[in-house]
Design a protein around this ligand. Structure first.
Ligand code: AMP
Length: 311
């Protein structure tokens, strides 16, 4: 494994990131990297910049350009980037795609090497859940059982639990999340505030392929006709945003008009929420809002969202 190289204030690698599957090793490598950056800074007379900042990008792997956008943002936010790759069993329900979720660690590591990521934390389930599952869990609260949480009971408790564990393992100053998972972002922000975490989060806009479909590791499962049909989701959201000035009803109608005509797209929910509460808004809502959509295309569950400005 290539050792991280320290140039300037940032840790770079010549070839491959260190792929680490042990908590102790990760912590000691991070402490070591921080000390080396501090010494390098002191050598350049740059002491006083504070402890080098660790930035975490939590992922489930099968990385695509959306994830890599998060990684690039992470690099701009701190000194040492850690990407975690862990398909968290706790956030998958019975009958969901835990077994078939794409796993491609080697290709992921190659993609992260090209981005100059020094550390990949890729724990096993055994390491994260030595007793088979965590008996202490974070409870997502009322918003955790709406929308994605209604379709996937326990999903957000499992997601928050692993995020809390990763934050305690890595100790990041900042963690980077994607706006694509808007409910996840809302719930993580709430957990950080409610439980007084020191980590803050940065949110990156949704990265889309040509044609508008939001990038997702699950898109790999789409056949060409399904992929074409799935574009109705982003097209619907775009249509909604373009008529948002006419109100919530018009926005919903515009989105339905694009989505409901696609027989391959089985709509689960299409809602407009208040970003402050993540609760559905009434027809008279004014100000910022977010439209959320989820649908099944074949066996693949897809989600997307867009900001609406309701005057
Ligand atoms: P996942 O591997 O699906 O758990 O995603 C890891 C992180 O990447 C999450 O914060 C996601 O919201 C983010 N992400 C996934 N797809 C996209 C996308 N198309 N655009 C922006 N962020 C994304």
């Amino acid at each position: 494994m290539t050792q991280p190289q320290h140039t300037g204030g940032r840790v770079n690698v010549l070839t491959k990131p260190a792929v680490i599957g042990s908590i102790e090793e990760l912590r000691s490598r991070l402490t070591d990297a921080q000390s080396r950056i501090e010494s390098a800074r002191a050598g350049r007379g740059e002491a006083g910049l504070g402890r080098p900042r660790i930035v975490l990008v939590p992922t489930m792997g099968a990385l695509h350009a959306g994830h890599l956008t998060l990684v690039r943002r992470a690099r701009s936010l701190g000194d040492i980037v850690v990407v975690s790759i862990f398909v968290n069993p706790l956030q998958f329900g019975v009958g969901e795609d835990l077994g078939s979720y794409p796993r491609m660690l080697e290709a992921d590591v190659a993609a992260l090497a090209a981005e100059g990521v020094p550390f990949v934390f890729a724990p096993t389930s055994q390491l994260m859940y030595p007793d088979g599952a965590a008996s202490t869990r974070v409870v997502a609260g009322a918003v955790g059982s709406l929308f994605e949480g209604a379709a996937r009971p326990g999903h957000f408790d499992g997601m928050l639990t692993v995020v809390a564990k990763l934050f305690n393992i890595v100790g990041p100053d900042v963690a980077v999340f994607g706006q694509k998972d808007a409910q996840q972002v809302f719930l993580v922000e709430r957990m950080l505030a409610d439980l007084n975490f020191r980590t803050c989060i940065e949110v990156v806009p949704i990265v889309r392929e040509d044609g508008g479909l939001a990038l997702s590791s699950r898109n790999r499962a789409l056949e060409p006709a399904q992929r074409a049909a799935a574009r109705a989701l982003s097209a619907g959201l775009e249509a909604a945003a373009s008529v948002a000035a006419q109100g919530v009803g018009a926005a919903l109608q515009a989105a339905h008009a694009r989505i409901d005509v696609q027989p391959l797209v089985k709509l689960d929910y299409l809602v407009v929420v208040d970003p402050r509460t993540f609760l559905p808004v009434g027809g008279e809502h004014h100000g910022p809002a977010r439209m959320l959509v989820a649908a099944l295309v074949g066996h693949t569950r897809l989600i997307d969202n867009v900001a609406l400005d309701l005057p």
